[in-house]
Ligand binder design. Sequence first.
Ligand SMILES: [Zn+2]
Length: 508
Amino acid sequence: MYKPVIGLEVHAELKTKTKMFCDSLNDPDEKHPNINVCPICMGHPGTLPVINMAAIEKVITAGLALNCKIAEDTFFERKNYFYPDLPKGYQISQYQKPLCYEGYLNLQPTTNNSQSKKIRITRIHLEEDAGRLYHLPDKNYSLVDYNRAGVPLMELVTEPDFENGDQVKRFAEELQLIWRYLEVSDANMEKGQMRIEVNISLTNPDGSWGTKVEIKNINSVKFAADAVDYEIKRQRELLESGEKIKQETRGWDEFKKQSFSQRSKEEAHDYRYFPEPDLPPIRIANGRASPATGGPPTLFSAEKIRSEMPELPQQRRERFVRQYGLPGHDVEMFTVNKPLGDYFEHVASELLSFDRLDHLKKPDPEHQGRLLKLASNYVITELKRMADSVGADPADTKISPEMFADLVVRVFHSEVSSSGAQTVLKEMFATGFSPGQIIKEKNLEQVSNVEDLNSAVAKVITDNPKAVEDFKAGKEASIRFLVGMAMRETKGKANPQVVEGILKGMLK
Ligand SMILES: [Zn+2]
C-alpha cells in the first residue's frame, strides 16, 4: 500500500496599512508600478528598517486562532540570496524562532460525509514579500515592480497530515475564512495574497517516506485539491509499474488538469541565515510563564490579543445552530457569506423581539423555529440574488432588516402569497417602501377567508364538470387543476391551501 503524505506551506500577505519595515503603503490594488517604494524597502545603503507592530499583532492573532503557542522571545533573521525582485539581496524572515508554533486546526465533518480531521500546524512566522517580475513574451528583458517588496508576509507550515485533495481544500478554505474574519489577510488566491505550496509523497511498502515532490504556483483552492489528487494517482501509477519518483518541483496546468515538471531539485541552498542586526528582539507576554526580567521591554501581550479576538467561523457556526436552530446548509451559507449572515441576524432579532412589528400578529413561540427558517430561506434565495445582481452587500440595499422581517411575518401568516411576496420584494428593493404600503397599493393581499372564496370555488366547480368527475372517480391530480382555475378566477389572490380545503369539502 502506498499511503499519501501531504503537507502544506501557505503564504498570506497581511492586511496592514504600511509595509513591514517602512511607511510605504501596502496597497495590493495599486495599478501603477513602483509607486509605493522608499529608500528602506529599496535597500539603499545607510537606511534602517523599523518593525511594523500591527503586522506582528496580526500574526499573533492568526496563531491564537489556530491554537498555536506564542513565542516569548523571538527575533528576525536575514535570509541571503540574490534575485532581481529582492533589492536588498536578502529577505528579512524568521528561521530559528517563529512567532507561533505547535498549533492545529480541526476540519469539521461536512454534509457530504467527510470526517472530522485534525491538521497540525508546525509554525507560523513573519517575513517580507519580494517584488513582482513580469516576463514579457517576445522580449529579451523582464520588468520588475517593487510595490510588493517589503509587504508583510505570513508563512504557515503544516505537519504532513493530509490524506487527499478534499482535506487540503477544506483546510485552505477554513484558513481563508479565519483570516478574513480576523482581518489578518484578504487571502485572495487569484490576487496572489494567499499562495499554497504542496509537498507530497507516497510511503514505501515498508512504511518509510518516499521521494517528495513539490507543487507550486497554484492559484486557487480548487486547483490545489485537484493537483493533490492528480499527483497521488500519478505517483502511485509510477510506483506500481516499478518506476522511481523524481525529486522535483511541479506546476499545475488547470486546463489539461495535469501537473508538469518545472525544475528538478537543485542542491540545497545555503541562505546563510543570521540574526538581523538592525532590528531589536521581540518580547511577548503570553500568560504561560512570566517573562524574564531585564533585557528588552515586553512589546505584546498575547492574552490581551486573545481577549480582543472577534468571533471565529467555527464559533459562529455553533452559535447559529444554538441560537436560531438552522440546518447545516443555511448555517454554512451565513458563515461563509458573513454580510449575508449579519443581515439575517438583524432580521432574526426583529422577529424575536417584535418591538417594531407589534402591528402584526405575533407568532406562537413554538412557531419561532419555522418563522426563523422561513426568514433564512428568503434571505438566502431572494435577498442574496437581488443584492448580488447589483454587487452590493445586503445591508447596503434599500430593504432594511426591519422591513424584511415585516414581510416574512406577513408571508408566515399567509397575508401575502409567495408569488405576491416576490412582487413586494422587487418593489421594496427598487423603492425602499414598506411591505404594508406595497401590498395595499398593488392590491396583493392574499384572501384566506373561506366566505370570501366560496363563490369563486363554486363557480370553478360548475365551469369544470370534467375535472370534477375525474376527481370524484379517484384521480387525485385533478384537484391541482381545479385549484389552479380558482387562482385564476381570483387573479392569484386566493390562498391555494384554503382553496384546496374548500374544494375538497364541496366535492365530498
Ligand atoms: Zn518603503
